[in-house]
Write a protein of this length. Structure first.
Lengths: 83, 561
C-alpha cells in the first residue's frame, strides 16, 4: 500500500482538495443568493451586497489579528505559574 | 408543608448525602433517579409561593414558582440527569456528592423568592463547586480550588453586604427587580456579576473549571454562571451598564479562547463569551431580550455540556487535554467527534440547531431597540463564536494533524449522555415551539425566515473560510495567556514575598541587635561578677579570718584610745 493509501480517506490530498472546491462553491452560491433574497436591513451598511459574507470574513480576520497582537504581550509559557 | 410543596432542590441536596452509603448497584439508580424525581417535582409546580418558613421578622420563600424560575429549574434538573449519566464511571464518590449538593443548591437559588434563602443557596453552591474541583485530589486542584473559593467568598461577601443594606433600606427581603441606584442594590449587582464571570474577575472561570475531572467540568459549566444569569434577569432587567459588561465579556471570551491551547480552557473562555450574550440581553431588558436570554441560557447549558462531554470523553480516553498533543481523533472516536461537532454547530447558532433559535432573539431585541452598534457587535461576535468554539475546538481536537492516538469512543453511558444532548440540540433547533412555550413572555418571533437562514449561513461559512485562510496564524503553542488574576498570582505574590522578605530581614536584624545588646550586658556582668570578676572573687577562708582580725584590731584600737 502506498503512503497515501494508508491515510484515512478524509485526510487524503484528493479529498481535501475536493472539500476546498465544494466549500468555495457553497460560499459563491451563498453570495449569489443575495440577488434573490431581500431581508429587512437595519441600516445602510447591512443593506450592502453580500454584507453578511464580507462582514463575517473581515471581523473574523480582525479578531484573529487582534488576538495575535495581544498574544505578543500576554502569552507566557504554560509553566509560567508553576512553582 | 405537603409533599408537593417540598423544595425540589433539596431532593438533590439530601439525596447527595445518601450517595456515599449506597453500594455500586444502588448508586447509579440514585444518580439517575433523583434528578428525574426533581424534574417531575419542578414540572408539576403551579404558579405561586410555597414552602414559606417564617424566621424572626422575615419570611423565607423557598419556592417561588413562575415561568422563569421553572424554566431554569427544569434545565438544571435535565442537566443533572445527563451529567449523572455521563459521570456513572466516576470512581470518586466525593465528586458526585459535591455535584448533587451543587445542582440542588442551584435549583434552590432559582426557586428562592427572598434574598435570605437565595444567599444561603448561593453560598452552598460556592462551597459545593469548590469541592467538585477539590475532589480531584491533586496538589494542583487544591491550589486552584482555594483560588476559586477566595473569589467566591469575596463575591458572597459583596452579596451579603448588599442584602443587609438593601433590607435596611427597603425593609423587605423579597427578591424582585431593583434599580441599581442604592448602595444595597449596587452591592447585590456586583455580587451577582462575580458569579457571572464578569470583568475584572473573569479569570476564576478559566482557571478552575478545566482543573476539575472529566465529568466535574461538565457540571461546573452549567450551574454557577447560569444561576447568575437568572438572578440578573430577575433582579436587574434593563440595567444599561450590563450591555457594556456583556459586550466586553463576549470579546474577552473570543480573544482569550483564540489564544488558548488547553481544549477545556478554550471551552471555559467560551462560557464567558456566551454568558456575555445573555448579560447584554439582560441590559437591553425588553420582553424579546428577556425571552432570548432565558432561551439562550436553556440551549447554552445543553450544548456547552455536550461540548465539555466530548472534551471529557477525549480526556477520559487519552489523558491529554492540550491541542498540541491532540488531533486526528475522528478516526477512532467517530461518535464523540459527531457529538462534539453538533455542540460546536449549536454554539455557533447554525440553522437547525438550538443556538439558532435562541441567540438570534437577543440580536433581534437589539435591532428592535435601534441599538444598531450593539447589533453590529453581536453579529461580529456570532462570527467570532464560530471561529473560537465552532471550528477551533473540533478542528484541533478531532482533525488537525494526526497525533497517532487511536482511542476508541468512551463507555456506553458517556456515549448515551452525548447522544441525548446532541439530540436535544437538534430537536430544539427543529422544533423551537417547545422551548418558546416555556419562556416567561409570549413569543412573537419566527427564527426560520429565508433571509435569516441565508444571512446566518453567509456569516458563519465566511467565518469558517477566514479560519482556514488564517490557519497559519492559529498554530497552537504551549502557552497560557495572562489575565487580571496575574495581579494576585504574580504581582501580588511577588509583592507579598518581597514584603515578607523585608519584614524577615528587619526582624532578624532587630533580633540580632537585641541579642548583641543583651550579650554585651552579660559580658560586662561576667567580667565584674563572673568567676574571675573583681566583685565576685572567691576569697580563701584564712584571708577572711585575717581581715576580720585586722578589722577587730582596728576597732579595739579606735574604741580604747
Amino acid at each position: 500500500m502506498s503512503e497515501t493509501g494508508e491515510k484515512h480517506w478524509l485526510v487524503r490530498q484528493e479529498t481535501v482538495r475536493l472539500l476546498w472546491r465544494v466549500g468555495l462553491a457553497v460560499l459563491a452560491l451563498l453570495v449569489i443568493g443575495d440577488f434573490f433574497v431581500h431581508g429587512h436591513p437595519y441600516s445602510r451598511i447591512d443593506g450592502t451586497f453580500g454584507f453578511y459574507a464580507w462582514y463575517g470574513l473581515i471581523t473574523c480576520a480582525a479578531m484573529v489579528i487582534v488576538a495575535k497582537g495581544l498574544g505578543v504581550f500576554l502569552k507566557r509559557r504554560d509553566t509560567y505559574y508553576d512553582n | 408543608m405537603t409533599i408537593s410543596e417540598f423544595p425540589p432542590g433539596l431532593i438533590l441536596v439530601l439525596g447527595a448525602l445518601l450517595l456515599p452509603f449506597a453500594d455500586n448497584r444502588i448508586r447509579p439508580i440514585l444518580v439517575l433517579g433523583l434528578p428525574l424525581l426533581t424534574l417531575a417535582m419542578v414540572w408539576r409546580l403551579p404558579d405561586g409561593a410555597f414552602a414559606v418558613v417564617p424566621i424572626l421578622d422575615y419570611e423565607l420563600v423557598l419556592v417561588r414558582s413562575d415561568a422563569l424560575s421553572r424554566l431554569f429549574a427544569i434545565i438544571f434538573s435535565i442537566m443533572t440527569f445527563a451529567g449523572g449519566l455521563f459521570a456513572l464511571n466516576q470512581k470518586r464518590v466525593m465528586e458526585l456528592v459535591a455535584v448533587f449538593v451543587y445542582a440542588g443548591s442551584a435549583i434552590g437559588v432559582v426557586l428562592s423568592g427572598d434574598l435570605l434563602s437565595l444567599f444561603f443557596f448561593w453560598e452552598a453552591m460556592a462551597l459545593a463547586s469548590t469541592l467538585v474541583v477539590l475532589s480531584v485530589g491533586s496538589d494542583l486542584s487544591y491550589r486552584v480550588s482555594m483560588r476559586y473559593l477566595l473569589v467566591h467568598i469575596f463575591g458572597g461577601a459583596l452579596l451579603l453586604m448588599g442584602i443587609v443594606v438593601h433590607v435596611f433600606e427597603t425593609g423587605s427581603t423579597t427578591f424582585a427587580a431593583m434599580e441599581p441606584s442604592s448602595l444595597g442594590a449596587i452591592l447585590i449587582l456586583a455580587g451577582f456579576l462575580v458569579n457571572a464571570g464578569a470583568p475584572p474577575l473573569s479569570a476564576w472561570l478559566s482557571d478552575a473549571y478545566p482543573e476539575a475531572s472529566y465529568s466535574g467540568t461538565v457540571f461546573l459549566s452549567a450551574f454557577t454562571t447560569k444561576a447568575a444569569v437568572y438572578v440578573l434577569l430577575r433582579g436587574f432587567p434593563g440595567t444599561e451598564i450590563l450591555i457594556f459588561v456583556g459586550i466586553f465579556m463576549i470579546f474577552y471570551g473570543i480573544i482569550y479562547a483564540l489564544l488558548e491551547n488547553d481544549m477545556r480552557r478554550i471551552l471555559a473562555y467560551s462560557i464567558v463569551n456566551q454568558v456575555g450574550f445573555m448579560v447584554t440581553g439582560i441590559g437591553i431588558g425588553t420582553e424579546m431580550a428577556m425571552n432570548g436570554v432565558a432561551a439562550h441560557a436553556f440551549t447554552h447549558i445543553i450544548y456547552k455540556a455536550l461540548l465539555l462531554m466530548s472534551a471529557g470523553a477525549v480526556l477520559y480516553m487519552t489523558g491529554k487535554r492540550k491541542c498540541t498533543d491532540l488531533g486526528g481523533l475522528f478516526q477512532s472516536m467517530p461518535l464523540t467527534t459527531i457529538c462534539g461537532i453538533v455542540g460546536a454547530l449549536s454554539i455557533s447558532s447554525f440553522p437547525l440547531t438550538s443556538g439558532f433559535i435562541s441567540k438570534s432573539m437577543i440580536s433581534q431585541a437589539a435591532a428592535d431597540e435601534a441599538l444598531i452598534v450593539v447589533w453590529f457587535l453581536l453579529l461580529a461576535a456570532s462570527a467570532g463564536v464560530f471561529l473560537h468554539a465552532g471550528i477551533k475546538f473540533p478542528w484541533f481536537v478531532f482533525f488537525q494533524k494526526d497525533s497517532g492516538l487511536r482511542p476508541p469512543d468512551p463507555p456506553w453511558n458517556m456515549r448515551l449522555a452525548m447522544i441525548l444532548f446532541a439530540g436535544l440540540c437538534i430537536g430544539l433547533g427543529i422544533w423551537p415551539e417547545f422551548l418558546y412555550a416555556m419562556l416567561p413572555f409570549p413569543v412573537d418571533y419566527v427564527p426560520y425566515t429565508v433571509p435569516h437562514v441565508v444571512n446566518m449561513l453567509q456569516l458563519l461559512l465566511f467565518s469558517g473560510f477566514a479560519f482556514f485562510l488564517l490557519l497559519p496564524l492559529m498554530k497552537r503553542t504551549l502557552t497560557i495567556t495572562l489575565d487580571f488574576d496575574w495581579l494576585g498570582r504574580r504581582l501580588g505574590k511577588n509583592l507579598a514575598i518581597g514584603v515578607g522578605n523585608a519584614i524577615d530581614t528587619a526582624w532578624r536584624s532587630l533580633l540580632s541587635g537585641l541579642q548583641g545588646g543583651i550579650m554585651n550586658v552579660l559580658d560586662h556582668m561576667y567580667r565584674s561578677h563572673g568567676p574571675r570578676g573583681v566583685l565576685s572573687r572567691a576569697w580563701p577562708i584564712g584571708s577572711t579570718v585575717m581581715w576580720i582580725a585586722v578589722l577587730l584590731t582596728v576597732y579595739l584600737l579606735v574604741i580604747y584610745n
